[in-house]
Design a protein around this ligand. Structure first.
Ligand code: NAP
Length: 270
């Protein structure tokens, strides 16, 4: 099985490391934007070979696009005339509806299946790559309406073999869910960090503070791309959070029935 990975950062690098650890006769070819990243990926053992040339992926059975979201449409366009007619293409982007729309421009859109490993670390980049990050985490695939995904069975097997649990969801539902489960979280973390920074001495903050601001330390370019591509769902999530936060403010200000508010939220931490 020949797997191509375009984009050798945190997710692409981790995927390469995890697949190569399986030793199931999987051959991994990487493509990076910069030659240094390609060389580093080889040196870290994330790929068998790597370059900056998509043409190197011409004989791959499956190509995984693991670039930043804003690069995906362009990579798809350049990849289409290079890969074989039977090659499959997938991706790992954190939002799925726009990616599916871009894939409709491929010569054979049914050979594309969007995917999202719900895994990661606060910091991006190849240096953070780690074969373990997919272990016990969901990997959500988002087929187009009526798409037969059976031709991706071997890929699903590999995804399971590196420890992830495969599930399927409509792309719009995925994006709505992630607006609450992931995207709202980094917005709130950043807004909290910004608020605190203006008013308090951060060096006095303990584990609670550090836990709250952890996501604010993530990649601002990735957060911006996600906010742009999942705008409506994220705005809805922010509005709902705003309403709940306002309720907390009202109750705390009035000094009444505050305990049940905190008690009601407790299940989220378990
Ligand atoms: P990253 O660490 O910044 O890595 C992205 C890599 O893509 C960089 O190494 C860059 O290569 C490469 N790249 C950029 N443009 C390219 C192009 N045109 N052709 C080939 N390579 C290109 O990003 P990441 O965190 O792995 O995120 C990658 C994707 O995974 C995003 O779509 C993101 O939404 C998704 N995702 C991220 C997380 C997370 O927690 N970070 C979780 C799940 C999914 P150079 O080094 O050569 O510039």
């Amino acid at each position: 099985m020949r797997v191509g990975i375009v984009g050798l950062g945190l997710i692409g690098g981790s995927l390469g490391l995890a697949l190569r650890r399986l030793r199931h006769a999987i051959d991994v070819t990487g493509v990076a934007r910069q030659a240094e990243s390609a060389a580093e990926a080889i040196q870290r053992g994330a790929v068998d070979r790597a370059s900056t040339d998509l043409a190197e992926l011409s004989d791959c059975d499956i190509v995984v696009i693991a670039t930043p979201i804003e690069e995906i449409a362009g990579v798809m366009e350049r990849l289409a005339p290079i890969v074989g007619a039977n090659a499959l293409i997938t991706d790992v982007a954190s939002v799925k509806r726009p990616v599916l729309a871009w894939a409709q421009r491929l010569p054979n859109p049914s050979r594309f299946l969007g995917g999202h490993p719900v895994a990661g670390k606060t910091r991006s980049g190849l240096r953070e790559s780690d074969a373990e990050i997919f272990d016990h985490e969901p990997w959500i695939f988002t087929p187009a309406e009526g798409q037969d995904v059976r031709r991706f069975d071997t890929w699903f097997e590999m995804v399971r073999a590196i420890g992830a649990s495969v599930s399927f969801m409509r792309p719009d539902l995925h994006d709505e869910q992630m607006a609450f489960l992931s995207h709202l979280a980094f917005v709130v973390s950043s807004a909290y960090a910004q608020t605190v920074k203006r008013q308090a001495d951060e060096t006095l903050g303990g584990p609670g503070y550090r836990g709250m601001v952890r996501l604010a330390g993530g990649d601002p370019a990735m957060y911006e791309a996600i906010s742009r591509e999942n705008r409506d769902a994220l705005v809805d999530a922010i509005d709902r959070f705003d309403a709940v936060l306002h309720q907390y403010r009202q109750r705390i200000s009035a000094g009444t029935r505050v305990k049940d508010l905190f008690g009601g939220a407790v299940h989220a931490g378990r």
